[in-house]
Design a protein around this ligand. Structure first.
Ligand code: TLP
Length: 342
C-alpha cells in the first residue's frame, strides 16, 4: 500500500526508536526531564525565541496559543480554509469561547489588505480583534508558502491594531527547506509559533510552541489546565530531537517527489493538476468528467493500493513523506492512472 493520505503516517525509524530507548528522563511536571528541557531549548534557539514548550499535538499547540492571546468574546482572524477552522473540531469556540472571522485567501494565503479589512473598528458593537493566525505552509491551500514580505506586512497591520500574531507552523520546516529562509526569520514576526515534529519530520508524537519566556510560562500553566502536563516525556522528546537533527534537510526529497507525482498526474486526461503550484510536499488534484463520487474514487484508489484523502468534491490531496520513495511515487502515478482508465 502506498500511503499518501498525510505526512502524519510515518513510523519512527530504528535509529529514532533507539534514541527514544536511550533517553534520560524525569518528571516534566516538576521540570526534571533533561531530554524535554533540551528539546524545548533547541526549539527556542532554532526559532530565535526565548523559550519553548512541548505539547502532544498541533491542535493543542494552536488552541493553547489561542487561549493565551484572547478572552471570551474576542474575534480571531483566520484564513477560511485554515486547519484552525476546518480540522480542530470547533475547539476555538469550545475551549476559548472566541469567534473566528474567516477570510478567504488565495490558495490559503491572506494579504495584509485583507487582514486590515477584517480588523474590527473600535466600537462597542463589535468584538475585539485580538489575534491573527496564519498557517505556514498552508495545508488545504496545497502546501503553499507565505512570502516573508507578506508576513511582515500582516505583522505590521496586526501590531498597529493591537492584535497578536500566531503562526500555525505545523509544516514550517517545509517552507524553510524550500525557500532557504531560516525558521527564525519567519518566526521573528510572530508572538507565538507552533510547529509539528510528527508531520514530515518523522516523530511519532509532538509539537512545539515557541515564544517569550513570560508567554511560555503562561502556556505551561494553560497546558496543565488543558490536561497536557506530561511526566517522563523525554522518551518522546528524544524522537523530536532526532527529527530536528536528522529529518529537516531531507524534506527537499519530499518536495521533489510531490512535483514528480504532480507531473505524472498531469499526464492523465481526466485529472486537473498544476505542477507549477506544487511548492512543498502537498499535491492537490481534481478528477474531472467522472461518474464516480468522491468516496467511490477514494475506494477505487485504495483497492489499487494508493491511499489518499479528499479535500472537496472529486478533489484529492496526496502528501509525500519520508516513508515513500521515488519508485513508489512512480507506482502511485501508474495505479491512479489505471483506476481512471488511462
Ligand atoms: N493536519 C492533518 C489533519 O488534521 C488534516 C493532516 O493530515 O494534514 N496545523 C496544520 C496545518 C495541520 O496540517 C495539522 C494536522 C495540525 C495543525 C494538527 O496537528 P495534530 O494532528 O498533531 O493535532
Amino acid at each position: 500500500m502506498i500511503d499518501l493520505r498525510s505526512d502524519t503516517v510515518t513510523r519512527p525509524s530504528a535509529a529514532m526508536r533507539e534514541a527514544m530507548v536511550q533517553a534520560v528522563v524525569g518528571d516534566d511536571v516538576y521540570g526534571e526531564d533533561p531530554t524535554i528541557n533540551r528539546l524545548e531549548e533547541m526549539a527556542a534557539v532554532l526559532l530565535g525565541k526565548e523559550a519553548g514548550l512541548f505539547v502532544p499535538t498541533g491542535v493543542m499547540a494552536n488552541q493553547l496559543s489561542l487561549r493565551l492571546h484572547t478572552r471570551p468574546g474576542d474575534e480571531v482572524i483566520v484564513e477560511g480554509s485554515s486547519h484552525l477552522i476546518r480540522y480542530e473540531g470547533g475547539s476555538a469556540s469550545s475551549l476559548s469561547q472566541v469567534q473566528l472571522c474567516c477570510v478567504p485567501g488565495t490558495r490559503g494565503l491572506l494579504s495584509s489588505g485583507q487582514v486590515l479589512q477584517a480588523i474590527r473598528p473600535q466600537d462597542l458593537h463589535f468584538p475585539l480583534t485580538t489575534l491573527v493566525c496564519l498557517e505556514q505552509t498552508h495545508n488545504v491551500g496545497g502546501g503553499t508558502i507565505y512570502p516573508l514580505a507578506t508576513i511582515q506586512q500582516i505583522a505590521e497591520v496586526a501590531r498597529t491594531h493591537g492584535a497578536a500574531l500566531h503562526l500555525d507552523g505545523a509544516r514550517l520546516f517545509h517552507a524553510v527547506v524550500a525557500t532557504e529562509i531560516a525558521a527564525a526569520e519567519y518566526a521573528q514576526y510572530f508572538d507565538t509559533v507552533s510547529f509539528c515534529l510528527s508531520k514530515g519530520l518523522g516523530a511519532p508524537v509532538g509539537s512545539m510552541i515557541v515564544a517569550t519566556k513570560a508567554n511560555i510560562d503562561r502556556l505551561r500553566r494553560l497546558r496543565k489546565l488543558f490536561g497536557g502536563g506530561m511526566r517522563q516525556v523525554g522518551i518522546l522528546a528524544a524522537a523530536g530531537i532526532y527529527a530536528l537533527e536528522h529529518n529537516v534537510a531531507r524534506l527537499k526529497e519530499d518536495h521533489v517527489h510531490a512535483k514528480q507525482l504532480a507531473c505524472l498526474l498531469q499526464q492523465i486526461p481526466t485529472v486537473f493538476v498544476d505542477p507549477d503550484l506544487v511548492e512543498t510536499n502537498i499535491v492537490l488534484f481534481e478528477v474531472v468528467n467522472s461518474d464516480c463520487t468522491t468516496s467511490e474514487l477514494l475506494l477505487a484508489f485504495k483497492e489499487a493500493g494508493v491511499l489518499l484523502n479528499s479535500v472537496g468534491d472529486r478533489a484529492f490531496r496526496a502528501v509525500t513523506h519520508l516513508d515513500v520513495t521515488a519508485e513508489q511515487i512512480e507506482e502511485a502515478g501508474t495505479r491512479i492512472s489505471s483506476v481512471l482508465g488511462e
